[in-house]
Design a protein around this ligand. Structure first.
Ligand code: HPA
Ligand SMILES: [Zn+2]
Length: 331
């Protein structure tokens, strides 16, 4: 039923499953605040973005060496492949690790070990996007970026995440200019909990190629017009939005309205180990809630391919895979 698809908004740290967290803590002899797997699993109730980030940031401390970063990346790729993902653009939060004394080299080399084998092992092409915590000073992000560029560590783009309200994109103009000058792709979370104004700033000041979430854009008709006109991709994460109470219930999720308005939206899992499922669960949830037909599911998959940082031949390959899926379904 589900078509081949690109996943463009997934945080590596948000793919740590509870059992992996407990196991990796044991490997390194780390004392977590959780008495057991069950105690950890009982923590997954969130009231807003910050309540989730508080848990995410404790759990990611189990990631210590290259093997850990390789293992978590590999586990995501295995699970994503089962969900129909054929191309993945994966975020990691560099400061989540460097502030604990884990060098960016360890993080990126570990992740790359898994990514470099991903096409052969999992049938998934990949990009790697280094994200900055927007609630830390922009100078911190700039230092991290300069280090990664100086060291020639292989990343494909930068992003901006963590607590949104009070930390507008305008704080990061210099960081984004440096990244663009270095030939990196640029995206940013905006309009998740923050206002439509932050989406304008991401577009006009950071010159982002894609907006992560962006659901609050609907509060500003002029912004919607701009996003439609320029075909700006929005990476929408329905299960995340419900679990973080950005929307009250799935029935109130703006996805159908976004499609009606002609926005270039794709479906994504955000932090799948925390929000109740991977990309397939997100597709199933919106299909069940809104009764989307196969044509709409196909359109969302094609949107994901059109929103990805792929060259024209890679894009054509993925559209051809979706064509084959459609023929199989109707044949
Ligand atoms: O959805 C998110 N928003 C902001 N920061 C994040 N870090 C992981 N997921 C998110
Ligand atoms: Zn996110």
């Amino acid at each position: 039923m589900r078509p081949p698809v690109a996943e463009l908004h997934v945080h590596l740290e948000g793919t740590l499953e509870p059992a992996f967290i407990i196991e990796t803590a044991g490997k390194h002899g780390i004392g977590l605040p959780w008495r057991s797997l069950e105690h950890l699993e009982a923590q997954y109730e969130f009231s807003d973005l910050q309540s989730f980030l508080d848990l995410l940031y404790v759990n990611l401390e189990v990631l210590r060496d290259e093997e850990d970063f390789e293992a978590v990346t590999r586990r995501y790729l295995v699970r994503a492949s089962a969900a129909g993902v054929r191309h993945a653009e994966i975020f990691f939060d560099v400061q989540a690790h460097t502030r604990r004394g884990i060098p960016a080299e360890t993080v990126i080399r570990g992740i790359r070990r898994a990514l470099d084998r991903s096409v052969a092992d999992h049938g998934i092409s990949t990009k790697l996007i280094m994200s900055f915590w927007r609630d830390l000073p922009a100078a911190d992000a700039m230092d991290a970026l300069a280090h990664v560029l100086d060291a020639g560590l292989p990343i494909d783009g930068i992003g901006l995440d963590s607590a949104e309200v009070g930390y507008p994109p305008s704080l990061f103009v210099d960081v984004y200019r440096t990244a663009r000058d270095a030939g990196l792709h640029v995206v940013a979370h905006a309009g998740e909990e923050g206002p439509a104004e932050y989406v304008w700033e991401a577009l006009d000041l950071l010159h982002v190629e894609r907006v992560d979430h962006g659901i609050r854009s609907l509060e500003d008709p002029e912004l919607v017009e701009r996003l439609v006109r320029d075909r700006v991709p929005l990476t929408v994460c329905p299960l995340s939005n419900v679990r973080l109470r950005t929307v009250d219930t799935m029935a109130e999720h703006p996805l159908p309205r976004m499609l009606e308005l002609g926005l270039l939206v794709s479906l994504n899992s955000d932090d799948p180990a925390y929000f109740g499922g991977y990309l397939d669960a997100n597709v199933d949830a919106v299909v069940a809630e809104f009764g989307l037909d196969a044509g709409t599911v196909e359109q969302l998959a094609r949107n994901s391919v059109d929103s990805a940082f792929l060259d024209s031949s890679e894009r054509a390959r993925l559209h051809a895979e979706i064509d084959a899926w459609r023929r199989d379904r109707s044949g």
